[in-house]
Design a protein around this ligand. Structure first.
Ligand code: C5P
Length: 409
């Protein structure tokens, strides 16, 4: 392999293994070199000969192969790469990774590697949703392993649901983003800056099985975190429950309630920039119920207390206040007026106001339209994808830090 980015592709034995040929082509197309390890089961779906032809390299299969060990020992194999990608990752290999089992070349390499690992799960919907798989996945996530997919759709077995391996282009784009981030971390305009982004909804328990929440998908906050990270910022994303997988290269803290989000945010300070994009539930239950509340009578009232305001707390800090504290205002009416009041009341530096009425399709959608409000200016941004808004905000932040070393916009 030459000096391009290198991926060690571990192909485990699921039906999606047949896609590995196209995956190698796609990775080569975007300038990533691939070397393969094939598990015994995977070799039932795809042949070493085809993989060798496409990867233009030896395909490694056997832990005890004298010739392979001689030319490239399994420890060397695990280190001589920039990234390890397991695609498809079956329930079986995920379980072995979670427990640290090393009973073949693929799992031994995974245990021995000191490189980042990304997996693209592929399995039947019930296998994916099984408690043991979900448990294994959360172990891997905690360990910093990134997960791409799986996706919803029809499976080879005829069932429908979550479990299809993500498409080749998505896997390619994630890897591309991973390598780009590695480079921008060293050279990006936000290099050396620490950023905290809150995102998603919070869930406030009513009792052990019911909760109060809102329609936030978390897409805007995730896009902002990604854009800032792509500019080299050391980025922490504090997210409430969402369906979005953790983005590679970002430190993700999962929380459930507003109080946990506040604590998590305070734990991350000092930081240079805090962006509060979360749709924090305004209230929580006054009393905690450890058992399910029973139906009694036609009318039932909940006694609620206001949640702490994370944005106002961070913006109002006397010590360690970040240089830039940015909030959102999601309104269904009087957008500008309500957002300007919010800027003042919360003491933040900028507000990104958006209309979240049903017709706007902002909550859950892929696009957004922002009115950018600072103490002395209002800008109307056009309708943009949430990614583009993240990038535009990152550009604004870079300009602000350049122009106002200590001042405010
Ligand atoms: O008051 P409102 O919820 O409209 O304010 C929206 C802004 O305040 C958002 O930036 C949101 O993330 C933040 N917020 C917060 N903590 C709360 C409520 C809102 O950080 N408890």
């Amino acid at each position: 392999m030459d000096n391009k980015q290198r991926v060690l592709l571990i192909i485990s034995g699921g039906i999606a293994a047949y896609k590995s040929l196209d995956l190698i082509r796609e990775l080569n197309r975007i300038g990533i070199g691939v070397r393969c390890i094939l598990t015994e089961n995977a070799s039932k779906f795809v042949t070493p000969l085809s993989l060798t032809a496409l990867s233009k390299d030896t395909v490694y299969q056997d832990l005890f192969s004298i010739s392979d060990e001689n030319t490239m020992g399994h420890i060397q194999l695990s280190r001589n790469t920039d990234l390890v990608l397991v695609a498809p990752a079956t329930a079986n290999i995920i379980a072995k990774m979670s427990c640290g089992i090393a009973d073949d070349l693929a799992t031994t390499t995974l245990l021995a590697t000191d490189k980042p690992v990304i997996i693209a799960p592929s399995m039947n919907v019930r296998m994916w949703s099984h408690a043991s798989t979900q448990n294994n996945i959360s172990v891997l996530l905690k360990r910093g392993i990134k997960i791409i997919g799986p996706e919803n759709g029809e499976m080879a077995c005829g069932e429908f649901g979550l479990g299809r391996m993500s498409n080749i282009e998505k896997i390619g784009a994630t890897l591309n983003n991973f390598f780009k981030t590695k480079t921008t971390k060293a050279t990006g305009k936000l290099k050396g800056r620490k950023v905290v982004v809150t995102s998603g909804p919070t869930h406030e328990a009513i009792d052990p099985i019911r909760y109060i929440t809102n329609q936030s998908s978390g897409k805007q906050g995730f896009a902002i975190a990604r854009a800032l990270q792509e500019q080299g910022a050391s980025t922490t994303l504090i997210t409430g429950p969402t369906q979005i997988p953790d983005p590679p290269g970002i430190y993700v803290k999962h929380i459930t309630t507003a109080e946990e989000m506040l604590q998590s945010c305070l734990d991350c300070l000092p930081a240079d920039i805090v962006v509060c994009a979360a749709a924090v539930a305004d209230w929580r239950m006054k009393n905690k119920y450890s058992e399910k509340i029973k139906k009694e009578g036609e009318i039932f009232s909940l006694e609620l207390v206001e949640n702490p305001d994370i944005l106002a707390t961070v913006a109002g800090m006397k010590k360690n206040r970040p240089n830039l504290v940015i909030g959102f205002a999601a309104e269904t009416q009087n957008l500008l007026k309500n957002a300007s009041i919010k800027l003042d009341k919360k003491g933040c530096d900028w507000i990104l106001a958006n209309n979240v009425s049903k017709e706007s399709e902002v909550f859950g959608g892929d696009n957004n339209q922002i009115k950018f409000i600072s103490k002395n200016k209002i800008e109307e941004w056009p309708v943009l994808s949430k990614e583009a808004i993240g990038e535009k905000l990152a550009t604004r932040i870079i300009a602000f830090l350049k122009d106002n070393k200590n001042g405010k916009d």
